[in-house]
Design a protein around this ligand. Structure first.
Ligand SMILES: [Zn+2]
Length: 180
């Protein structure tokens, strides 16, 4: 076990981001290498993928972890996510909910148009590509003859939320569905 507290750790590497997986391999959080090594040292997690770099202390050198997995299951708290463009696109995995096209050029579509009294709530918004948004415009589903892939829902426990605004390491991608 590497005791970082009592030794001089490699300053750059202890802060490297590490993807922390739940017992079932679902992404749980992004932590620092220091925390990852501590979790493994306590017997709470195992390394899944190491980076090509090493982490050094005064007396030891270990492979720097990139992905680790907990030996136990953590229940992800259910929270009501604030509705934002980014959070919506993440919920819909950057996929147009009408034509299934995957794109980063998405717009927010109100299933029941706001002009017809539709609310700006999770259950009434979907990600739409520019073409579908243009077809749908101020029309209802029936009027537009477009079909939804699924009824929109509040994105309660969404483990993928943690990747917002983060650089995603190459070796993390197999654990993130829309990157696969
Ligand atoms: Zn579309």
């Amino acid at each position: 076990m590497l005791k970082l507290r009592n030794e001089i750790p490699d300053k750059n590497n202890v802060k490297s981001p590490v993807l922390l997986l739940n017992q079932n391999y679902q992404p749980l959080n992004i932590c620092t290498a220091r925390r990852a090594i501590s979790l493994m040292g306590l017997g709470k997690a195992e390394p899944i993928i190491n980076s090509s770099r090493n982490i050094r202390s005064a007396t030891t050198s270990l492979p720097l972890p990139s992905v680790i997995r907990l030996y136990y299951m953590v229940k992800i708290p259910t929270t009501n996510r604030r509705l934002s463009r980014q959070a919506l696109f993440f919920r819909d995995k950057f996929t147009c909910q009408y034509c299934s096209k995957k794109t980063k050029q998405l717009t927010i579509d109100h299933v029941i148009p706001r002009s017809k009294g539709g609310l700006h709530v999770w259950e009434n918004v979907v990600s739409a590509c520019a073409d579908c948004n243009h077809k749908k415009a101020g029309l209802t589903l029936r009027e537009s003859e477009l079909k939804l892939k699924a009824s929109p829902k509040s994105p309660s426990p969404n483990p993928y939320y943690i990747f917002q605004h983060r650089n995603i390491a190459e070796e993390w991608k197999p654990f993130i569905p829309w990157e696969a």
